[in-house]
Design a protein around this ligand. Structure first.
Ligand code: ADP
Length: 329
């Protein structure tokens, strides 16, 4: 992709006391790209996002947003960023217009431009008819839209969304995902989530972070290409010995999980699947079930983040006292 790089994260690390939460992470985000940021609990997602937003400093490394160094010129860098935290800071007793006007003032939009900024962000987030409604009377889905509207009020080049669909019902989830896809046309979006289908439905590229290290940076198209090894469960009424199945071209390994059931690891291309079904018919194995166990993103995620449980380290050691009050805006 030759598009302009809007976020560049260059060898950043962050220590909480002696604990390395983010370890030498580098990546970049281009204009018009929606990037999914995945990782198990405690992997370092929030710490990384907070560094990109300039809320936490980096122990090492550099971050630039639209060409501005986040640590040397935080004001200029933050002008180009919009952030939706997991729990958006909404004032429940304000109406939507009042709240968005307030957000616009906080973002330094000049008085003459505020009305237009509020109307545009409401319109983009499907809030045009809600201006006079009190926030506390709106559904969680609408409140999330308001959170997104405040994040885009100053038309930032980059949008950072932390778990934007958490706590929403299935219809609201679909609506917010559609909105994110639309916003992805004009902004660069970083979407932190642990919901894999969300990444599949809205992202162009996926990063996986595990124990503070970046373990994957790949386009979704590439991940979903058919050349990945994926487990498939098959059931045969008259199975041959597993070694015979293992001889089928494309099968890399095989595990017998019952008298009739096998888990086979194979290239998930259509030719391999066809060979298995054809052999089964020719050899009268009576294939009656064939179920892909996981899709390629899920499989990749599990493979890359398997191992030492992160939940053990979820307990937070003391914050480094040097870092209090770092927000330099
Ligand atoms: P994620 O967002 O992926 O769940 P975090 O970035 O919150 O991960 O946490 C990464 C690691 O840093 C975890 O081991 C977590 O316990 C630790 N951590 C997070 N915040 C703090 C903090 N304020 N003080 C000390 N340790 C923290």
């Amino acid at each position: 992709m030759n598009k302009e790089i809007l976020i560049s994260v260059d060898h950043i690390s962050h220590y909480y006391g002696n604990h390395c939460a983010v370890d030498d992470v580098s990546f970049s985000v281009h204009r018009g790209e929606v990037l999914g940021f995945l990782g198990p609990n405690g992997a370092g997602k929030s710490t990384t996002m907070q560094m990109i937003c300039g809320v936490l400093s980096a122990s090492a490394g550099q971050i630039t947003v639209a060409g501005h160094d986040m640590f040397e010129s935080p004001k200029a860098a933050k002008k180009n960023l919009g952030f939706l935290p997991e729990h958006p800071p909404l004032y429940q007793d304000l109406n939507v217009d009042e709240y968005l006007r307030y957000a616009a003032r906080l973002r330094g939009i000049i008085k003459a431009e505020i009305k237009k900024a509020v109307e545009t962000s409401k319109q983009r987030c499907g809030l045009s008819d809600t201006g006079k409604r009190l926030i506390k009377n709106l559904s969680k889905g609408f409140q999330q839209r308001i959170g997104i509207a405040q994040a885009i009020i100053h038309s930032p080049a980059v949008l950072i969304l932390d778990e934007p669909t958490s706590g929403l019902d299935p219809n609201q989830i679909l609506e917010i995902r559609e909105l994110i896809s639309e916003l992805g046309n004009d902004h660069s979006v970083i979407l932190s989530t642990h919901i894999l289908p969300e990444v599949q439905s809205v992202c162009d590229r996926v990063l996986i972070i595990h124990q503070g290290k970046l373990v994957l940076d790949e386009s979704l198209d590439k991940l979903q290409q058919d050349d990945h090894i994926r487990p498939i469960k098959i059931a045969l009424r008259q199975p041959p010995p597993p070694e015979v199945l293992g001889e089928i071209e494309g099968i890399t390994s095989i595990e017998q999980i019952g008298n009739h059931h096998f888990k086979i690891y194979c290239q998930s291309d259509i030719e391999t699947i066809n060979r298995i079904t054809k052999m089964s018919v020719e050899s009268e194995w009576e294939l009656y079930e064939m179920i892909p166990e996981r899709d390629s993103l899920e499989e990749t995620f599990v493979q890359l983040t398997r191992g030492e449980s992160q939940s053990l380290s979820d307990e937070k050691p003391d914050e480094n006292p040097d870092e209090a009050g770092e927000d330099s805006e």
